[in-house]
Each structure stands twice: as structure tokens, then as C-alpha cells.
Design a protein around this ligand. Structure first.
Ligand code: UDX
Ligand code: ADP
Length: 464
């Protein structure tokens, strides 16, 4: 039975990077609602109840603490949560399928479908189901079809509310979003359900930022938004390769084009390549969707965004290899950062993983440093056992190394004492700045061989 002390009982299934922060913000902003977050992984739920949260996100702990045990609860009792809820947000993971039809492209919906069946089994009253994970278009309809197969006479209205929060800035994005998108079927009950979700967000977000649409538009917008963002990165990364050939500076080019308000200056930082759980997965979902409808040219167009990303990853390692005299076997190489971007512990699809694997293939001695992501790095790379070293202190990581490669744009790497680092490295000492965050001229003056992205290298001697 729903808890009558509260105006509404909200449940979120999936206590990960999306579910946790989203529900913490709703609980914080809406003390009149009871918010429960459930997950199948007990350790995760246990961690949400402590000060050592299962994910690192700036501002998240304070937010969770402000509501925990007042109107924000974490539990593994999924059935009880379902029974007590009026509205269920679903944010279980939807990785890319690794087997069968659509392998490598379409989303693996097994967790999603299991959730639908859990809801069907445990529900005793009508509910609004909010699809919050990124999903292929038409999932909401499929969900509704499964849920309508109930013999309990219950009504489930499925609404799409894609998340647009970026890790590292999730709290800011949730508090002050550019927009919140809520899609539903355009039937009377569909519109009523989506209006209920609008009212939740209207507790703290101005109504002009609350957009409604039909179900398909909402689902598709999420894929398209991420594909467009990723496309910008691949565009500038493709130009970075050209800049290196013609002595142009990719930052100067980005700055010049970004001043055109039609282009805009965001998401134009050339890098080792985009990572994260969303971009590649969403593009591949889009590609799969296009192929399903025979739109092969459109599919190829979007797939090229992923291909350029892979090209950028491999280009980076090739540059390292070539600069270091085509032999990196037995050379100690310190990777500064392993997270897919700064201010997160998340390592999903991180370019650093690819770089590490390539370096290990070349038999380099890799030491990985990161302020927040070492735990995940160790998990990702467990098959290498003790062949890879993990060292949080960047000075210790760099000591006796032949090269440093910046993988993640953590602020901490910008202000290290590079004179000290240089003095303790093997010579020639290389820095490969995969994020263009360091002061390259200064490093060159110190004595480093400096290899930025999309700029002419600053080398004391020329490669053979
Ligand atoms: C992204 C979207 O931004 C967000 O709206 C969506 O909800 C989820 O996917 P996220 O993956 O958390 O968010 O991070 P984002 O800031 O978009 O960065 C993605 C990747 O692109 C990172 O690896 C980042 O380092 C890289 N990046 C970003 C660049 O290489 N250059 C840039 O200019 C911007
Ligand atoms: P995201 O970045 O999309 O939030 P995460 O992997 O961080 O992805 O979080 C998804 C969470 O969903 C995980 O903690 C996982 O254990 C949980 N989960 C997956 N399937 C189920 C399920 N059927 N019931 C409850 N939780 C689930």
C-alpha cells in the first residue's frame, strides 16, 4: 500500500549513474513525495546508505544526505517498492547487445524486459511508468504491450522522460536543465500521465523548460541529441589530424569557428576520443534503427561518427609509438587519468581503456593514475592482474617513466610540479597530452618532448 504520509510515492528501479542522482534531486526538491530507489545489487544499495556512495558525482553526497531517511530511501525489496508506488521511473542499464540479432549495435533489453515483468507481477494498482534509461525508439510501446497483458485489470501508462544529464555536472544539470522532455501517447490518458510528470519537475524547473511531445519524438530526441554532440567531437577530432599535418592549431581553429553563433563554441575540444556509456551506444542504436528501415545511407553517415572516434583512439597510440622510436616494450608509461571525462569515477567506454590495451599489447609497463576512477580501472583491467600498476599519486606514477599520457582532463594534472616530474623521469621524457590541458610551451622549456592533439609537436629532436 502507498504511504499516505506523502502526496505521491515514487519508485526508481536501477540505482546507477542516472537513477541515483535523478531521484536524489527529486527527493531534495519535493519533500512532499516519498522517493524509493531499488536495485538488484545489494552492495550498491548498501553503499547508497553510507557516505561512501557507489558513484562519484560532485555535490551528490550533500544532496543525498539532505533527503536520506526523510523522504529518500534505498532498498533491494523491488516488489514492495513496486506495490507501494504510484509512479515508477526505470533507469536500469541498457548496454549494446553482444550476441544474436543486432549484436554490436542494438540495445540489450533483457534488464528492461525483466523490469517490465517485475512490475507486472508485483503491481496491485494503476501506475505511470517513466522510461528514463536511453532506449531504442518504440521501447515504450513494447513496454506498454507487456504491461497490458495483465489479468488484474490494471492500467499502466508509459511515459518517456529521457535523461540529458552529463556526468560530472549531473547535479547542476538536474537542478537547472536546458530542458526536460516528457513524451507520451497523445491519448487522453497518455496526456494526463505526462502532465503528472510535468508537475513533478515544475516543483523547481520553470515551465518553459518543460517540453512535451509524442512518445516517438521523445525517444528519438535522446538518441539524436547524443549523436549530434558526439558528431561535433568527431568533427573536431577529424580536423585535429589535419592540423597536425599542416601546422595549424586545432584550438585556434575551434575558437575561430566557435565564434560563429550558428556553430557555437561548446563541444569543440579535440581529444583522444569521446567515451562514456551513452554516445557510442546511442549512435549505434540510431544506426541500427536506420538500417531496420532500409535507410542505409543515413546509417552509414552516423556510423562514421563512431569510426572517427575509433580512428582518433588508434591515432593517439600510433603517435606515441612512433615518437618513442617505434618501441615501447618494457618502457614505463604513466597514464594520467582513466575516467572517461573529469569529475567522475565512471570508466565506461573510456578511451583510456583502449590506449591501455594497445600499450599492453606492445608490452609497455603501464601505470595508471586517477583521483577517483582507480577502483573501476582495476575492475576493467583485472585480466592483466599485477602487470598493470595503479598509483593515485601522479608524482609516484610518473617517477622513472619514459612517458606520461594525459587521458582525462582532471584539474589536478594542470598544476603539478612538472620540473620535479621531469627530473625523476627517464630521458628523453615524453608527454602526450590527449586533452590539450597542459602548458605545452612551458613543458617544452623544462625539457619534455611534447605531443598535443591537433598541434605541431614540440620536440627537441626530430623523429626518424
Ligand atoms: C552525455 C551527454 O552530454 C548527456 O546530455 C547525456 O544525457 C549522456 O551523455 P556524458 O557521457 O556524461 O553525457 O558526458 P559528456 O560531457 O557529454 O562527454 C562525453 C565524452 O565526450 C567524454 O569522454 C568527454 O571527455 C568527451 N568530450 C566532450 C570531448 O572529447 N570533447 C568535447 O568537446 C566534449
Ligand atoms: P546508468 O548509467 O544507465 O544509470 P548503471 O549501470 O549505472 O547505468 O545503473 C543501472 C542500474 O540498474 C545498475 O545498478 C543495475 O544493477 C540496475 N538493474 C539492472 N537490472 C535491474 C532490475 N531488473 N531490477 C533492478 N535493478 C536493475
Amino acid at each position: 500500500m502507498a504511504d499516505k504520509k506523502f502526496e505521491k510515492n515514487l519508485l526508481c528501479i536501477g540505482a546507477g549513474y542516472v537513477g541515483g542522482p535523478t531521484m536524489a534531486m527529486i527527493a531534495h526538491k519535493c519533500p512532499q513525495y516519498k522517493v524509493t530507489v531499488v536495485d538488484v545489487v545489494k552492495e550498491k544499495i548498501d553503499a547508497w546508505k553510507t557516505d561512501d556512495l557507489p558513484i562519484y558525482e560532485p555535490g551528490l553526497l550533500e544532496l543525498v544526505k539532505s533527503a536520506r531517511e526523510k523522504n529518500l530511501f534505498f532498498s533491494t525489496d523491488i516488489d514492495k517498492g513496486i506495490k507501494e508506488s504510484d509512479i515508477i521511473f526505470i533507469s536500469v542499464n541498457t548496454p549494446t547487445k553482444t550476441f544474436g540479432e543486432g549484436a554490436g549495435k542494438s540495445a540489450d533489453l533483457q534488464y528492461w524486459e525483466k523490469t517490465a515483468r517485475d512490475i507486472l507481477r508485483a503491481s496491485e494498482s494503476d501506475k505511470i511508468i517513466v522510461e528514463r534509461s536511453t532506449l531504442p525508439v518504440k521501447t515504450a510501446i513494447a513496454m506498454e504491450r507487456i504491461l497490458s497483458l495483465n489479468d488484474k485489470g490494471l492500467n499502466f501508462e508509459v511515459v518517456s522522460n529521457p535523461e540529458f544529464l552529463a556526468e560530472g555536472t549531473a547535479i547542476k544539470d538536474l537542478e537547472n536543465p536546458d530542458r526536460v522532455l516528457i513524451g507520451s501517447k497523445e491519448t487522453e490518458s497518455g496526456i494526463k500521465a505526462r502532465n503528472e510528470i510535468v508537475e513533478i519537475y515544475a516543483n523547481w524547473i520553470h515551465r518553459e523548460h518543460l517540453i512535451t511531445s509524442n512518445l516517438m519524438s521523445s525517444e528519438l530526441s535522446k538518441l539524436v541529441a547524443n549523436s549530434f554532440l558526439a558528431q561535433r567531437i568527431s568533427s573536431i577530432n577529424s580536423i585535429s589530424a589535419l592540423c597536425e599535418k599542416v601546422d595549424a592549431d586545432v584550438e585556434e581553429v575551434a575558437n575561430a569557428i566557435g565564434k560563429d553563433t550558428r556553430i557555437g563554441d561548446k563541444f569543440l575540444n579535440a581529444s583522444i576520443g569521446f567515451g562514456g556509456s551513452c554516445f557510442k551506444k546511442d549512435i549505434l542504436n540510431l544506426v541500427y534503427l536506420c538500417e531496420t528501415f532500409g535507410l542505409y545511407e543515413v546509417a552509414d553517415y552516423w556510423e562514421s561518427v563512431v569510426k572517427i572516434n575509433e580512428y582518433q583512439n588508434s591515432r593517439f597510440v600510433n603517435i606515441m609509438n612512433k615518437a618513442m622510436f617505434n618501441t615501447i616494450a618494457n618502457k614505463r608509461i604513466a597514464l594520467f587519468g582513466f575516467a572517461f571525462k573529469a569529475n567522475t569515477s565512471d570508466t565506461r567506454e573510456t578511451a583510456a581503456l583502449y590506449v591501455t590495451q594497445k600499450l599492453m599489447k606492445e608490452r609497455a609497463k603501464v601505470v595508471i593514475s586517477d583521483p577517483k576512477a582507480l577502483k573501476n580501472a582495476k575492475k576493467d583491467l583485472q585480466s592483466y592482474g599485477s602487470d598493470i600498476e595503479y598509483e593515485e599519486d601522479p608524482y609516484k606514477a610518473a617517477k622513472d617513466s619514459h612517458a606520461i599520457a594525459v587521458m582525462t582532463e582532471w584539474d589536478v594534472y594542470k598544476n603539478l610540479d612538472y620540473e620535479k616530474i621531469y627530473s625523476e623521469m627517464e630521458k628523453p621524457a615524453f608527454i602526450f597530452d590527449g586533452r590539450n590541458i597542459l602548458d605545452h610551451q612551458n613543458l617544452f622549456k623544462i625539457g619534455f618532448e611534447v605531443y598535443p592533439i591537433g598541434k605541431t609537436p614540440l620536440a627537441h629532436f626530430k623523429e626518424a
